[in-house]
Design a protein around this ligand. Sequence first.
Ligand code: ATP
Length: 373
Amino acid sequence: MGETLLSIQGLSKAFGDCRVLDAVDIDVASGEFLTLLGPSGCGKTTLLRLIAGLEAPSAGSITLADEDLVRIPAERRPVNTVFQSYALFPHLTVFDNVAFGPHLHGVRGDELRQAVAEALATVGLAEFANRKPAQLSGGQQQRVAIARAVVNKPRVLLLDEPLSALDYKLRKRMQVELKQLQRRLGITFIFVTHDQEEALSMSDRVAVMNEGRIEQLDTPRRIYEEPASVFVARFVGETNLLPATVKGRDEGGLLLEVEGIELKVRPPRFDPDDKVHVMLRPEDLDVWSREELERHPELKARAIAARVEEVIYKGSTVDLLVRLSGGDRVAASAFFDEEDPTLDYKRDEEVFVTWPKDWEVLLPWDSGGAGAG
Ligand code: ATP
């Protein structure tokens, strides 16, 4: 990752008595694709608006290349925003929409024409310069909005849910396009979404936000595989959370009681009698019939008895919803082949659930404010 371009330190924002952002710290690297991910109302848009200069912070600092951004008025910040609504001028052509910003800043003649042509070429719309927005598809309008932002050559591009108005297929395509465009331009992107799949697939790093705070700022892989809290585990991807209690510890790790079995696990950061959540993704779980388990005696001590509740065929995978003997329900997802009995499980059939040793992630019980899922 490059050096820090945008540095946000202790940033807070309150509207009256309502604290919307609470001491947010983020360093964004030059050329990075950073995504702000979180549920509705967690403060994502407010954070973007503070960076853009559309709101003033209650406390904290925002610097860009060591320059204090807060003192610079919005229109002079080297930052542009692409909004969810695109906000194109309907009566202007594509060319004039893109030319609007630079024209406002005094760019004229050949220089203006060239800048607009370059921006339109970058988003693959060179041939659409004379159309009006209404004569374009949703994806094309989206690209005009991006051209209009990049024509100003901003250091940072802010994108507020720019793909949410598009249908599923187009959205998938635009995700790839946008990522490639960002790489080509080398502009730092700060992208807002509440779609976790979008965040994981596009970003260099993801900041998961909850009630005005950053819960975790990490690579997509670490966010998914090593969530820092129950909140992050729940918000990003499908997850199984099993309540468990630490029974003891020795130099080798912890002895954990989960769903009536005792497991020796690695992480040493909890103490005896702590209540924790064991987090496992559906693809981490293996489901066995009694006959299969008989053929794997090494698994017996760690197998949790369960009953099949639902078998859901999904094409390349099959999802099993199973009720563990302790009462919790978990989802297990598996690829399968013709010999695999997974598809043939009947409702209420007895099965056994295991997961590979040391694959579980232990999370503090109350991180994220909710009980077991
Ligand atoms: P969404 O995904 O729904 O757009 P968000 O994470 O972007 O949500 P924000 O728009 O930043 O959330 O809003 C955060 C909180 O701040 C919300 O509770 C919102 O009602 C409140 N809020 C935002 N702007 C104002 C304002 N101008 N005055 C008062 N409250 C505001």
